[in-house]
Design a protein around this ligand. Structure first.
Ligand code: ZN
Length: 253
């Protein structure tokens, strides 16, 4: 009997920034590089397929890394995922570790990812494909719900969130860039600005709250000092008057 395999599933990484940069440089010069467009476009399709697979695993349905057969689990770290056909098994904790921290959950991006997959599969011209890529990488998480929590590209393009934003801000555009791409560019800049403003006002609100809290604590401290002083003054007054009353009694005798 062959030995049981315990391979961890592997997940494709995000698209390297240099490929995207090249894509926009060429587009700005009016050069259509179909191979590069397909390379990036299909890379995104594969990445999205794995995002959906990781999400499914995270909600109770893992899959065999060899035949892709779905295997239900109960989230117990020791749960043994097993595919008899491929002679493979792995505990859920190990399986989960294989995709954690790899930007594979992409919450708030579902509609955009699905839209991309659906349209890219039937897109014919390179220009059509490029516009789909361009639209997808300029989305924001929870954009549909009115939130702008972070760029969707952080799950699709390699780099830290701030690096990805700077990178997208600096892509090449020119008079040969298509109007759709130029309009997405403008929308993107507006989203970045709005998101930054919201972040700044949230920070301001937090700082204001903290300042109010500090002020309240100081007021409380001051009040308790004043109370203590008043009590002390009251005691001193009482003992003075007691002393003088005792004197009067004494004097009267
Ligand atoms: Zn299998």
């Amino acid at each position: 009997m062959t030995q049981v395999r315990h391979d961890r599933p592997t997940w494709p990484g995000r698209i390297p920034r240099h490929k995207i940069a090249e894509l926009y440089k060429k587009e700005a010069l009016g050069i259509c590089d179909e191979v590069l467009i397909d390379d990036v476009g299909i890379g995104l399709l594969v990445r999205i397929e794995h995002i959906f697979r990781a999400r499914k695993a995270n909600s109770g349905l893992a899959s065999c890394p060899f035949c892709r057969r779905e295997i239900p689990h109960d989230f117990d770290p020791a749960f043994l995922l097993r595919c008899q056909a491929c002679n493979w098994e792995l505990v859920w904790a190990e399986y989960q570790k294989s995709f954690q921290g790899k930007h594979l959950i992409a919450s708030g991006m579902t509609a955009f990812l699905e839209e991309y997959v659906e349209k890219y599969r039937v897109a014919r011209s390179p220009q059509e494909k490029l516009i789909l890529i361009d639209t997808l990488i300029h989305r924001y998480h929870w954009e549909l719900e009115g939130g702008l929590t972070g760029p969707g590209a952080r799950d699709l393009i390699a780099g830290k969130t701030s690096e990805v934003i700077d990178f997208l801000n600096q892509l090449s555009y020119g008079s040969r860039s298509s109007p759709e791409i130029l309009s997405t560019r403008q929308e993107w800049l507006d989203k970045v600005r709005k998101s930054r403003e919201r972040h700044a006002s949230a920070v301001e609100e937090r700082e204001l709250k903290a300042a109010k809290k500090r002020q309240k604590a100081e007021d409380k401290k001051r009040r308790s000092i004043l109370k203590a002083e008043a009590r002390q003054a009251g005691r001193a007054k009482r003992s003075n008057s007691e002393r003088s009353n005792a004197g009067e009694v004494h004097d009267g005798t």
